[in-house]
Write a protein that binds this ligand. Structure first.
Ligand SMILES: Nc1ncnc2c1ncn2[C@@H]1O[C@H](COP(=O)(O)OP(=O)(O)O)[C@@H](O)[C@H]1O
Ligand SMILES: [Mg+2]
Length: 255
């Protein structure tokens, strides 16, 4: 009998809001699907969901409903394409953000029960360092820290890495810079982060690339469409396709 494949699980996380987590996570999913992978996007912003808005989805049942009612989680997954599932979250449900131990265990079971249908599970996390953000970061195999070259984004990303390493035994982080003006700015910003992390923390970080500031993203958000489909030749889309290639290498390492 064929062995059940375990998917690669990743989360896109940052500490700070507004750095592009949702936009990049969603478009990365489309890019991976275009490369023949089966992908589940989990909206991990449990209290202020955005993935459904970004894709103009009509949501019937959210993660919260599954946890409340014990409904079949697979029925909550919205398939945009045969290989692309979205597990939506709720908006305006504060108790979901606190995510107590019981809900955490339940959420783990729910995700584990549907994961085997996919090659990749990509979690878009909330801003901040609340319980759900920390939980998703612990749940996944790989943490992608997404940040911009802004100093405030740096300090928030650094704080998140510090907490995850100190309190949750995470010791390896992938880093993606968003909103850069050039590839060079991405690499330079990474060097600065790497210097600080190596000096003060006992973790390893690895650069996965940079996404340029690009007006196609803004337009795509407004029109609620993925920019990798709307403007596949744009600089931002090309950078996301490159990122997808690098992420596929993680899977090759894991298999
Ligand atoms: N590379 C980029 N170029 C231009 N605008 C971007 C880029 N990345 C994100 N944005 C814009 O930033 C805003 C916040 O993005 P979002 O994905 O919602 O961030 P987060 O999920 O981290 O809060 C969106 O309006 C989006 O249009
Ligand atoms: Mg978001």
């Amino acid at each position: 009998m064929a062995r059940m494949k375990t998917p690669v699980t990743l989360c896109v996380t940052s500490g700070k809001g507004g750095v592009g987590k949702t936009s990049i996570a969603v478009n990365l999913a489309f890019a991976l699907v275009q490369k023949g992978q089966r992908v589940l996007v989990v909206d991990g912003d449990l209290g202020l969901a955005n993935v459904d808005v970004l894709l103009r989805l009509s949501v019937q049942r959210t993660i919260c409903d599954v946890l409340d009612s014990g409904a079949d989680p697979l029925e909550s997954v919205i398939y945009l394409e045969e290989s692309l599932g979205i597990l939506p979250a709720s908006s305006g449900v504060p108790e979901m953000v606190t995510l107590g131990p019981e809900e955490q265990a339940q959420l783990g079971e729910v995700l584990t029960s549907i994961m085997s249908h996919f090659d990749y599970v990509l979690v878009d996390t909330a801003a901040g360092i609340g319980p759900s953000v920390l939980w998703f970061n612990r749940f996944v195999d790989h943490n992608i820290i997404l940040l911009s070259p802004d100093p405030t984004s740096f300090t928030d990303a650094y704080a998140l890495i510090k907490i995850l390493s100190r309190d949750y035994d995470r010791d390896y982080f992938y880093v993606v810079f968003n909103l850069v003006s050039s590839e060079r700015e991405g690499r330079q910003s990474y060097k600065i982060l790497e210097g600080v992390v190596n000096k003060f923390l006992d973790v390893d970080i690895e650069y996965l690339g940079a996404i340029p500031q690009d007006k196609v993203i803004h337009k795509a958000v407004r029109e609620q469409l993925p920019f990798v489909q709307q403007a596949p030749q744009s600089n931002a889309a090309r950078a996301v396709f490159d990122l997808a290639d690098r992420i596929r290498m993680l899977k090759e390492k894991q298999d």
